[in-house]
Design a protein. Structure first.
Length: 543
């Protein structure tokens, strides 16, 4: 398929959503699909080794390397925001945790945003159809989908202690947070198949490319969408230094919550006053573009461990070599682990309607020095605030597509988010204080034992808050003035243009975003092709 040909669809971004779209749209053999990806192919071996995640996301060649503007409630620190700039997008560099979110998240989309077709019973069949779960299928889990998922299997007593400690602390456990009981601590699922990362590129794009009606172009930086009046008709891109135009009947932006709103604004779709500041000709005034930015604010507790386990020494050269060799020959051992194999959704207090905090637990401590990670005899607990009230925004810094946009999350702009994070720190400390950790629990490293009062914890949180890599909401789905797309991902006021990625979430889901993003893309493909949506599945989970 030659460059410059007319296509039925151009997908901008070969990330989680773009790969799913390419796969499903290509099943209609008359479709001719062009996928444009700014980054390289996913050939780096470390992408495919689960434990290689920390090495991968720090590689500038695979990463957009965003930094936020100074965060006012974070001591005016700039927060590093990695985003995948590679085939597979962030699904090629993330920690692989497969979490769908809470059923009540999607009911909230219906009730709070008028999106009646997005209740949990409407999305559950797409979650189920999209995955092949190694532990087997049931009412909630699928075994026939392209995305390989599997529960963590790496053996470490600290994982067991965390599970038991959650039960002893009354914080709850569950056999499957993506199943009947979504709340509680569990052995988490990962996008992993046969010991390898199962990225969206591996699961969805590779099968699509074999059909012959999908053309992938890497190293293609899309600079703007082209319009005929208010109808999108193509894109302008730079492909390995050469300017090119591509035409299609429909353009789909799947660049993620940062790139997609930036591209809309560069193309003349956004707040008219803001675009005028950058001398960008207005195509359509859409004030919600770049607004409603959400993320899961995150802090990491580290506690020393009284006992040493093999993972604490795995970064030593000989041990690293042994772990790599075991992965090459057997696809198991520590290299097949995404490290964050235990975690889950919990409630910070009895007043919240459902879980508002999330744990990710790793059985090893770590420290970054000059972009290198060193491990320590400790364990770590990520704590996320799941449904933030604070909102940020993405705005243009320049009309030059090569210049990163302004990015601010406004963490803890709403005091309620800070109070929830303080509750999260106290909950995590209570869990570790249980008998399950006797003989394992050492000295608190960060925060130290001197940080005790709520005021001290809040101060520590502000000094240490960072991202859990879940930007969303900047092209929100809905019906109000600030909505950017409708319930079928069509950009409001524009023909022939959709946005399909995490930017369209009207409210962030209560867990990692990769699974719901792929679900949304699968539904979008059915809307685009006119295929009837999968029949709703009865909503059974206990909440």
């Amino acid at each position: 398929m030659r460059r410059g040909a007319d296509y039925t669809h151009i997908i901008v971004g070969a990330g989680s959503a773009g790969c799913v779209l390419a796969n499903k749209l290509s099943q209609v053999h008359t479709n001719r699909i062009l996928v444009l990806e700014a980054g390289p192919a996913d050939r780096d071996l470390m992408i495919h080794i689960p434990a290689g995640v920390h090495a991968v996301w720090q590689k500038p060649s695979l990463n957009w390397n965003y930094w936020t503007d100074p965060e006012p409630a974070g001591h005016n620190r700039q927060v590093f925001m990695p985003r995948g700039r590679v085939v597979g997008g962030s699904s090629s560099i993330n920690s692989m945790v497969y979490m769908r979110g809470h059923p009540l998240d999607f009911d909230g989309w219906a009730d709070d945003f008028g999106l009646s077709d997005w209740r949990y019973e409407n999305v559950l069949p797409y979650f189920k159809a999209g995955e092949s779960y190694a532990q087997g299928g049931d009412h909630w889990r699928g075994t026939e989908g392209e995305l390989g998922t599997s529960k963590g299997q790496y053996d470490n007593p600290l994982y067991d202690a965390f599970m038991e400690g959650a039960a002893q602390a009354g914080q709850g456990t569950t056999d499957d947070p993506n199943g009947a009981i979504p709340e509680g601590v569990a052995r988490l699922d990962a996008t992993r198949r046969n010991g390898r990362r199962c990225s969206a590129a591996v699961a969805h794009l590779r099968p699509a490319l074999k059909r012959g009606n999908v053309h992938l172009v890497t190293g293609a930086m899309v600079e703007r969408v082209l319009f005929d009046g208010t109808t999108a008709c193509g894109v302008q891109a730079v492909v390995r230094g050469k300017a090119e135009h591509f035409n299609a009947a429909e353009i789909i932006l799947s660049g993620g919550a940062i790139n997609s709103p930036q591209l809309l604004m560069l193309s003349g779709v956004g707040n008219a006053d803001h675009l005028a500041q950058h001398s960008i000709d207005l195509v359509h005034h859409l004030p919600g573009v770049g607004q409603n930015l959400m993320d899961h604010a995150n802090v990491i507790l580290q506690i020393s461990c009284e006992k040493q386990f093999p993972i604490h020494r795995v970064d030593q050269p000989m041990n690293k070599l042994k772990a790599g060799a075991r992965w090459v020959f057997f696809r198991d051992g520590v290299a097949a682990s995404n490290i964050w194999e235990v975690g889950g959704l919990i409630r910070g207090n009895d007043q919240v309607p459902y879980a508002n905090l999330q744990y990710h637990f790793g059985p090893v401590g770590f420290e970054y020095t000059n972009n290198r990670i060193s491990l320590s005899q400790a364990f770590a607990i990520h704590i996320d605030v799941l449904r933030p009230r604070s909102r940020g925004q993405i705005t243009l810094k320049s009309a030059d597509p090569k210049v990163h946009p302004n990015l601010r999350f406004n963490y803890f702009q709403d005091q309620g988010d800070l109070l929830e994070m303080v509750e999260g720190v106290k909950k995590a400390r209570d869990l570790v204080a249980q008998n399950a950790f006797d003989g394992l629990r050492g000295v608190a490293i960060d925060p130290g034992p001197e940080v005790q009062s709520d005021e001290d914890i809040a101060a520590w949180v502000k000094a240490n808050v960072e991202t859990d890599f879940h930007p969303s909401g900047t092209c929100a789905m809905g019906h109000g003035e600030m909505a950017v797309v409708d319930d079928q991902f069509r950009v409001r006021g524009i023909d022939g243009l959709r946005v399909v990625d995490a930017s369209t979430m009207p409210m962030i889901t209560s867990a990692n975003l990769n699974a719901p993003t792929q679900m949304m893309a699968a539904r979008a493909a059915d809307y685009i092709t006119g295929t009837p949506q999968l029949a709703p599945l009865e909503r059974k989970p206990k909440v």
